[in-house]
Every structure is written in structure tokens, then in C-alpha cells.
Design a protein around this ligand. Structure first.
Ligand SMILES: Cc1cc2nc3c(=O)[nH]c(=O)nc-3n(C[C@H](O)[C@H](O)[C@H](O)COP(=O)(O)O)c2cc1C
Length: 200
């Protein structure tokens, strides 16, 4: 299985990339392939209509990412809570990517907060952004609160840290099962994005 991990913070040095790298290491340890795409420093321009036609700009910035996403079986979205919402860069990816990259593939949401937030990005992602690209958020999810005090090196800093690490391992195992379970759906011949390119 191949997992694409999206680190959703536009900040150059973020807690989200710390968590994304932890997840990458854990997935690699179980002999799966990974692709880590960081939104640090905004590697993608804002969506524009160039995406629909031949565009050197989009070919340079999006095609390499798109190819990696297309070959992934599952996604992990590591998303910080910013102003009670997901960062614009995350929403931009959800509008740039189509069913070609995300369609009928499972995704685990990992929300990140420096304090006791983290619920807003989850409800926002579950509410909007998957209609046309057909990304499938799994019902398991992670909320990493007080992120500065967790996932720092090999030593557990607290009971919360220990719990979150164990819970992360469990969530990734659940995602793995969804990745296996959804593959036959994509290969079933039932999916018809030619007739129904957009969701209702
Ligand atoms: C622009 C901005 C807005 C933020 N708003 C919130 C917020 O609404 N709720 C919250 O819990 N943390 C908020 N934070 C703090 C983040 O939780 C904190 O930066 C955390 O480390 C996750 O973001 P990061 O991955 O960019 O580091 C905000 C941070 C930034 C940069």
C-alpha cells in the first residue's frame, strides 16, 4: 500500500510537519510506501482555470504531486486549526485535486492544535470539499491537542503523549484496512466519473 501524507501548515517550521514525519516513520516501519507533501511556504498557487487546459505553470507545480497522489491508496491529512478553520492551503488542495487523485480513497484526518482546539478542522473537512473529488474520510480521526508537548522524540512526556501515540498506531491500522477494502470498489467497474464527473 502507498500512503500520501499531506502536512497542511503553510508555516515554514510547524507542528503539523512534526506530526506528519512521525506518521511517515510509522507507516514506513510497517513496510508501506509513503509520499509526504508539505504545504509549508505554499508550494501550490491558488486554483485558477489554467488547471483545465495546457498550462506550463500547472504542469510544473501540480503534475508531479498529482502523479504521486494518483498512485496512493490512502491519505493522511495533518491539518492545523487556524482561526477555527483549516488553512487556505488545505482548502486549495481539495479544490485542485479531482477524483483522479482522491476518488474513492480513504483518508484519515489528524487535527493539530497548540492548545485545546482541533475540532473545527475536522468538522469543516467532513462537511465540505470531498463532493467532487470523492475523497472518503474514515470515521476514525485524531485530535492532537497541546501538540508542543507530544510526539517529541522517543521518550513519552506524559500519559496524554503515550495515549496519543498508541491511538495513532491504532488509527493507522484502521486506515490500512480501509485502504485494502476500498481498492476493489475503485476496480469494480461501477465507478463512472465520465457520466457523473461531479457529485450532487
Ligand atoms: C494563523 C493562525 C491561527 C491559529 N488559530 C488557532 C485556532 O483557532 N485554534 C487553535 O487551537 N490554534 C490556533 N493556532 C495555533 C496552532 O494550533 C498552532 O500553530 C499549532 O502549532 C498548529 O499549527 P502549525 O502546524 O502551523 O504549527 C493558530 C495558528 C496560526 C498560525
Amino acid at each position: 500500500m502507498k500512503y500520501a501524507i499531506i502536512s497542511g501548515s503553510s508555516r515554514h517550521e510547524s507542528q503539523s510537519i512534526k506530526i506528519a514525519k512521525y506518521i511517515e516513520t510509522e507507516i514506513k516501519a510497517s513496510k508501506n510506501e509513503t509520499y509526504l507533501f508539505s504545504l509549508a511556504d505554499n508550494p501550490l498557487p491558488l486554483w485558477d482555470e489554467g488547471l483545465f487546459g495546457p498550462s506550463d505553470k500547472w504542469k510544473a507545480v501540480w503534475t508531479p504531486v498529482s502523479e504521486q497522489f494518483k498512485s496512493a491508496d490512502a491519505f493522511v491529512f495533518v491539518v492545523p486549526e487556524w482561526h477555527g478553520a483549516v488553512p487556505s492551503a488545505v482548502r486549495n488542495v481539495l479544490q485542485i485535486a479531482t477524483h483522479n487523485e482522491f476518488g474513492h480513497k480513504p483518508a484519515l484526518i489528524v487535527a493539530v492544535s497548540a492548545a485545546v482546539g482541533g475540532a473545527y478542522p475536522i468538522s469543516e473537512l467532513r462537511m465540505a470539499g470531498y463532493k467532487n473529488n470523492r475523497l472518503c474520510y474514515i470515521p476514525e480521526q485524531m485530535i492532537i491537542r497541546n501538540v508542543g508537548k507530544t510526539f517529541n522524540g522517543p521518550t513519552m512526556e506524559s500519559d496524554d503523549d503515550a495515549y496519543l501515540r498508541t491511538r495513532m498506531t491504532y488509527s493507522l491500522k484502521v486506515l490500512d484496512q480501509y485502504a485494502k477494502a476500498l481498492k476493489p470498489i475503485r476496480e469494480s467497474g461501477v465507478i463512472d466519473h465520465k457520466t457523473y464527473p461531479n457529485g450532487m
